[in-house]
Design a protein around this ligand. Structure first.
Ligand code: PMP
Length: 429
């Protein structure tokens, strides 16, 4: 039985409730994936330039095989002894600084961030959390307080513990060595200490991906980490999006930004679509959390999830996907830069590895965000069979974040199509 798109939308509303977000004016009904390609119900093929969840490619054979093998052997909750979680955490932590040697596995990034915030409370005895004002860290009662663009209208009175600093914006207010950000952060820390809440942690994506991936030199977070530690707080790096080699230069974006977090949060690409997330910290911090909160997660780190996650790490390594992300990302950004010479609407080209894009503006002088125009471009790209999206505070930055096996030929198809779309979509006066 194949429903039409209109029928699916009506049934989603009837069966799943109102106000569910979809992509594109004409939403895509995807039925199949393979590598960097997706097919809709009519058999039309799309180039996927958006999905970081199928990190090593849609339906990656090694991941599929690992899931099937483990699912046909054993899958159960996490209270039995099982070696899969141990071999996985050993392999994962071998890619990290030795201080990050102990992990709690979850099913989602939101759960992992929730643990990270509670860990900060357990370690510091304080509750004040600071984040940027244009970020997203998840959907639990606690963590959803961090989304300024989507603040809950109800929420158990948790809002009192959260403070915000302006998201870095390298295009409009350059802060080349992170000193300005560290200064505004220090002011918020002082305010938390003065009002009696106390400062527990700063939580940031080290590459500020949801904020529009500002152009920061390597090592940018160092003064920020110093300000956090001077005040006795924890640095939580949410690498749900930026981790596992996405930036092409490093396995972890915190390495690129010159810091070792106290707490590292993982999710999305970790299991290539199989739900698994995690928190990594040192043994004392994990102990403070486990002693402070009685924590059990039925599915987090189950044998099938760990098999999927292990296969992802093996694929990244065996197929040299970091080097691929760097080479293809560099090529794509060079080509985007040449499009910027042709189209005034492109104000800034940014990114690293396979997270890149361009900020669209109504004028290069005022740098005013071209939000509606960006939306038209994304929909026109979709109509031509190339899927990507937009992000940043004003949703005017093209968000291009494909699966890691994305090739030079894939990048050329993306950029050729973007060239055609920009030529055919003149900005409205
Ligand atoms: N952190 C970041 C940086 C994210 O982008 C997201 C999801 N977009 C989350 C956390 C939440 O992850 P999940 O949806 O798996 O709960």
């Amino acid at each position: 039985m194949t429903r039409t798109n209109a029928e699916i939308l009506a049934d989603r509303s009837r069966l799943l409730g109102p106000n569910i977000p979809t992509f594109y004016e004409d939403p895509v009904h995807i039925v199949k994936g393979d590598g960097v390609w997706l097919w809709d119900a009519d058999g039309r093929r799309y180039l996927d330039c958006y999905n970081n969840v199928p990190h090593v490619g849609h339906c990656n054979p090694r991941v599929v095989e690992a899931i099937c093998r483990q699912a046909s052997t054993l899958n159960t909750h996490t209270r039995y002894l099982h070696e899969g979680i141990l071999t996985y955490v050993d392999r994962l932590t071998a890619t990290l600084d030795p201080s990050l040697g102990t992990a709690i596995l979850t099913c989602t990034g939101s759960e992992a961030n929730d643990i990270a915030l509670r860990m900060a409370e357990a370690v510091t005895g304080k509750r004040g959390i600071i984040a940027t004002d244009a970020t997203y860290h998840g959907n639990t009662s606690l963590v959803s307080q961090l989304s300024q663009s989507n603040v809950p209208t109800v929420g158990f009175g948790l809002g009192q513990y959260f403070r915000f600093v302006p998201a870095p914006d390298s295009y409009r207010s350059p802060d080349p060595n992170g000193a300005l950000f560290a200064e505004t952060l220090a002011a918020q820390i002082d305010a938390l200490e003065k009002d009696g809440t106390g400062f527990a942690a700063l939580v940031v994506c080290p590459y500020f991906l949801n904020e529009g991936f500002p152009d920061h030199p390597d090592g940018w977070l160092r003064p920020v980490a110093e300000a956090v530690r001077r005040a006795g707080g924890l640095l939580i790096c949410d690498e749900v999006q930026s981790g596992f080699g996405r930036t092409g230069t490093h396995m972890w974006a915190h390495e690129k930004m010159g810091v070792v977090p106290d707490v590292l949060v993982l999710g999305k690409p970790m299991g290539n679509g199989h739900p698994i997330g995690g928190v990594v910290a040192n043994r004392e911090m994990v102990g403070a959390f486990r002693n402070g909160y009685r924590y059990f997660n039925t599915f987090g780190g189950n044998p099938v999830s760990c098999a999927a996650a292990m296969a992802v790490l093996e694929e990244i390594e065996d197929r040299n996907l970091l080097a691929n992300a760097k080479a293809v990302g560099d090529h794509a950004r060079r080509r985007l830069q040449s499009l910027a010479e042709k189209y005034d609407v492109i104000g800034d080209v940014r990114g690293s590895g396979l997270i890149f894009g361009a900020e669209m503006v109504t004028s290069r002088e005022t740098k005013s965000p071209a939000r509606a125009y960006t939306n038209r471009v994304i929909n026109a790209m979709r109509d031509r069979g190339v899927l990507h999206s937009h992000l940043g505070r004003d949703k005017n930055t093209l968000k291009i974040r494909p699966p890691m096996p994305f090739s030079i030929a894939n990048a050329d198809l993306l950029l050729d199509t973007l060239d055609e779309v920009l030529a055919e979509t003149p900005p409205q006066p």
